[in-house]
Design a protein around this ligand. Structure first.
Ligand code: FES
Ligand code: FES
Length: 77
């Protein structure tokens, strides 16, 4: 398994909407971080679905090293 690209050194704050699904980029290659834009095609990576159960601000991992995908767990420090 190759390592993902470190898209950012900090998380991406996003106001998610209850009931909506979001697809987090796990490979780091997407041009529309923190979400998948299809750039992972041909690699072993695939996006990780995030289902919002309430409307609130969440922090999507930008470094791609989090152990609790797709959210930041502080591993970028
Ligand atoms: Fe990174 Fe799809 S572009 S997972
Ligand atoms: Fe990846 Fe925080 S941005 S763990």
């Amino acid at each position: 398994m190759s390592d993902p690209i470190r898209a950012s050194n900090i998380p991406y704050p996003v106001e998610v909407e209850s009931g909506k699904s979001y697809y987090w980029c796990s490979c780091g290659q997407s041009k529309s971080q923190p979400f998948c834009d299809g750039s992972h095609k041909g690699s072993e990576f695939s996006p990780v679905k995030f289902q919002a159960t309430e409307s609130k601000k969440v922090y999507f991992c930008g470094c791609k090293a989090t152990a609790s995908q797709p959210l930041c767990d502080g591993s970028h420090k």
